[in-house]
Design a protein around this ligand. Structure first.
Ligand SMILES: CC(C)(COP(=O)(O)OP(=O)(O)OC[C@H]1O[C@@H](n2cnc3c(N)ncnc32)[C@H](O)[C@@H]1OP(=O)(O)O)[C@@H](O)C(=O)NCCC(=O)NCCS
Length: 151
């Protein structure tokens, strides 16, 4: 487990997108493109960087509609995984979403992504639905599990 004093959350800006894309390429099965991050920032989504000391170690993006937040992406650099960073990030995002007036947070996750599902279950999320054939994958398409938590 990390010392909270060493962890800092900062808003993501356009200037950060190259560094974020480098982590995204290392971490994700189906990485977001540079254009997707730029579009997300332009759309006004809440986008956060997680720094441990001076090292960019992860990022997350959320959108808000009325009293609902949606977690669009959360990634921890593979070099920094399994050290409790995503758990801390999820707690931070829940606080931010609550402060922004959200009462529920939703997310979608690949049914094959057991690590993320375990993280979300630990962070208070429960499965509330299935979107069939939602994501492209090597074998064709795979389902998305829809999860929700009250804030
Ligand atoms: C999912 C992800 C964000 C977890 O980040 P992390 O910093 O390693 O997670 P934490 O160390 O905070 O772990 C918190 C809990 O999540 C679960 N978890 C995390 N990684 C896991 C893994 N590889 N296998 C099983 N459970 C895992 C565990 O329950 C863990 O608690 P524990 O360590 O006490 O058992 C990270 O693996 C990642 O970036 N994956 C690639 C991107 C991705 O899939 N994002 C989600 C998109 S929907």
């Amino acid at each position: 487990m990390q010392d909270d004093a060493d962890i800092d959350f900062r808003p993501m800006q356009l200037i950060d997108v190259d560094a974020v894309c480098a982590i995204e390429q290392r971490a994700q099965v189906a990485p977001w493109t540079r254009a997707q991050f730029i579009d997300s920032l332009a759309a006004g989504h809440a986008a956060w960087l997680l720094y441990r000391g001076t090292v960019l170690s992860g990022y997350a993006l959320c959108s808000f509609v009325l009293d609902e937040a949606e977690l669009l992406d959360i990634v921890i650099d593979p070099a920094c995984q399994r050290q409790g960073l995503a758990g801390r990030f999820m707690a931070f995002l829940a606080r931010e979403a609550r402060q922004a007036g959200a009462q529920k947070m939703f997310l979608e996750v690949r049914v094959s992504n057991r690590a993320a599902q375990a993280l979300y279950a630990r962070s208070g999320f429960s499965p509330v639905g299935l979107r069939r054939d939602y994501y492209p994958c090597a074998a064709g398409r795979e389902h998305a599990l829809l999860m929700m938590r009250l804030l």
